[in-house]
Design a protein around this ligand. Structure first.
Ligand SMILES: Nc1ncnc2c1ncn2[C@@H]1O[C@H](COP(=O)(O)OP(=O)(O)OP(=O)(O)O)[C@@H](O)[C@H]1O
Length: 366
């Protein structure tokens, strides 16, 4: 795990955090430090512990062990439980369900948390006008939730959350109920809001494209643990485990199991890399990006027979999927490519492997 530089100005510091449900450990000794103003995305497959971690940050669940500090102040601990309750911890939570009050207008929904926090009417009105403008929903102010669309309801929910100016914004898959086009629009909108409020955001998603486009920092979770924490580009370029290498990146990267044969690491009979790159290993896994796998034989490069499965056009290129035995390969070719499922094709390794991992999935230092 490669940590980014951390300072005492960390907005959020999670130390050795554990959450158990009976004998099951959902969050397993997590350490993360998030600098002020960062946009941290928690990403990982279903059940990896993202929501459990976010709920502890929000103060909705108590940790079993460890500690959470906001702006240098401990807000939850394994020994003390939830030390400051959700309302006091200066954090706003946006869920995937909007949970607006149906009997209140949009403006009153947004004003509600300010009323609870005892803002006077003049300040409330001014702040409601400000966030309505920020979210671009001024014209909805007098409507009721049933009179606006799902996307508009989500905007109102976000406006309501940011109204009291929380220092920390927590998002639990807030865009998952929206259609694909609206999701993309709301992604840029949320980043704009994040910048405009100056808050530190923690955002849960299982959508790795969302993670990579929005984050300043990403924590990839797997089985309750942080597989890797860092800037998106570092995780893409320098994945430390095969889990991270195959979870992030579109199209997906290829992992090939290889064995040491003489001086080479070979896939079956095909030598692909110098065995000296993985000293002491008799087996390993080679990582090839989709753009490093081509279709057809290329002079001077190793190639292998494969069975064509499918082709998908992406932005002037074609993503080609083919099988070698029961191993799925993803390659990328320029322009349009089509074949019939089951056709014999040749795949070429256009470059040397991007990284080498042990059979257990740990990156071999290079
Ligand atoms: N209250 C609970 N009691 C028992 N087990 C729980 C409870 N809440 C969560 N879990 C378990 O903890 C694990 C992590 O759950 P969590 O909801 O944090 O995952 P997630 O990464 O957010 O998943 P998803 O992407 O599907 O929402 C899961 O195996 C889940 O079944």
């Amino acid at each position: 795990m490669n940590a980014l530089n951390t300072t005492t100005a960390d907005a959020i510091r999670i130390t050795d955090l554990v959450k158990r449900f009976g004998t099951f450990t959902a969050v397993d000794h997590i350490d993360i430090a998030v600098p002020k103003g960062a946009f941290l995305v928690l990403v990982g497959p279903s059940g990896c512990g993202k929501s459990t971690l976010l709920r502890m940050l929000a103060g909705l669940d108590e940790p079993s062990a460890g500690e959470i500090a906001f702006l240098g102040q401990t807000v939850s601990s394994g020994t003390g439980g939830v030390l400051s309750d959700p309302r006091q911890r200066n954090a706003g939570l946006v869920f995937q369900s909007y949970a607006l009050w149906p009997h209140m207008t949009v403006a009153n929904n947004i004003a509600w948390p300010l009323k609870v926090a005892k803002w006077n009417k003049e300040m409330r009105d001014a702040r409601v006008a400000e966030v309505l403008a920020l979210l671009g929903i001024d014209e909805l102010r007098d409507r009721y939730p049933a009179e606006i669309s799902g996307g508009q309801q989500q905007r109102v929910a976000i406006a309501r959350t940011i109204a009291p100016k929380p220092a920390i914004l927590l998002f639990d898959e807030p865009l998952s109920n929206l259609d694909a086009k609206l999701r993309i629009e709301m992604r840029s909108e949320l980043m704009r809001i994040h910048r405009a409020t100056g808050a530190t955001s923690v955002y849960v998603t299982h959508d790795q494209v969302e993670a990579m486009t929005m984050a300043t920092h990403v924590a990839v979770l797997n089985n309750g643990r942080v597989e890797q924490f860092g800037a998106p580009i570092d995780l893409l370029r320098q994945p430390q485990t095969t889990f991270v290498a195959t979870f992030l990146g579109t199209p997906p990267a290829n992992l090939l199991p290889v064995e040491k044969r003489g001086d080479s690491l070979a896939f079956g009979d095909l030598p692909l890399a110098d065995a000296a790159l993985a000293p002491g290993l008799t087996t390993a896994q080679l990582l090839y990006r989709a753009q490093d796998i081509g279709v057809g034989v290329v002079e001077g490069r190793p190639s292998i027979a494969a069975t064509f499965s499918e082709a998908a056009p992406i932005a002037g290129q074609t993503m080609v999927t083919a099988m070698v035995g029961d191993l799925r390969f993803t390659g990328l070719v320029d322009g349009y490519f089509q074949a019939a499922p089951g056709d014999a094709i040749q795949l070429s390794f256009l470059r040397d492997p991007d990284a080498i991992f042990t059979s257990g999935g740990e990156r071999v230092a290079q």
